[in-house]
Design a protein around this ligand. Structure first.
Ligand SMILES: Nc1ncnc2c1ncn2[C@@H]1O[C@H](COP(=O)(O)OP(=O)(O)OP(=O)(O)O)[C@@H](O)[C@H]1O
Ligand SMILES: [Mg+2]
Length: 129
């Protein structure tokens, strides 16, 4: 199994109280498999993806659950280890794709890595320097 999420719960704490965004979500994705998550606005689709990438905001807590990617327990990895997975092995096209993707560039570079406007800008600035 490439990706396995088991009983994942995510909650956000703020001055106005606690929001339980995910309640015991489980799903798995096999290599080569395409999985779609469908749900109304606010049902936790983005929070699920951000939890996989380790990009939840600081007020988030994960009271239960496991995320396994390629045999690694993502929640137990250090920031540095997560950084080595992000972008290389797991990519995310963020909401508002017109701002996240450059409209005139191919979406997948030869490396197989998703190409973003950020990559494009970085390349432009390295060319000009
Ligand atoms: N940083 C945060 N602090 C407090 N609550 C948050 C935070 N981030 C997300 N939430 C809440 O978590 C819940 C799930 O949000 P999420 O963005 O995952 O929904 P979604 O399914 O992606 O919705 P949409 O279809 O609109 O993109 C919502 O109730 C949202 O308000
Ligand atoms: Mg969303």
């Amino acid at each position: 199994m490439l990706l396995e999420i088991k009983n994942l719960s995510v909650e956000f704490h703020s001055m106005r109280g606690m929001v339980r965004a995910l309640h015991e979500v489980s799903l798995s994705v096999d290599r080569g498999e395409v999985v779609g998550i469908v749900g109304e606005s606010g049902s936790g689709k983005s929070v699920t993806a951000l939890a996989i990438l380790g990009l939840l905001e600081k007020n988030a807590a994960i009271p239960s659950g496991e995320i396994w990617f390629s045999g690694q327990n993502i929640l137990a990895l250090s920031q540095k280890e997560k950084q080595s997975i992000r972008g290389k092995r797991i990519g995310m096209v963020f909401q508002e794709p017109m701002t996240a993707l450059h409209p005139t560039m191919r979406s997948v570079a030869r490396s197989g890595r998703p190409q973003t406007a950020l990559d494009h800008n970085r390349r432009r600035s390295s060319q000009s320097s």
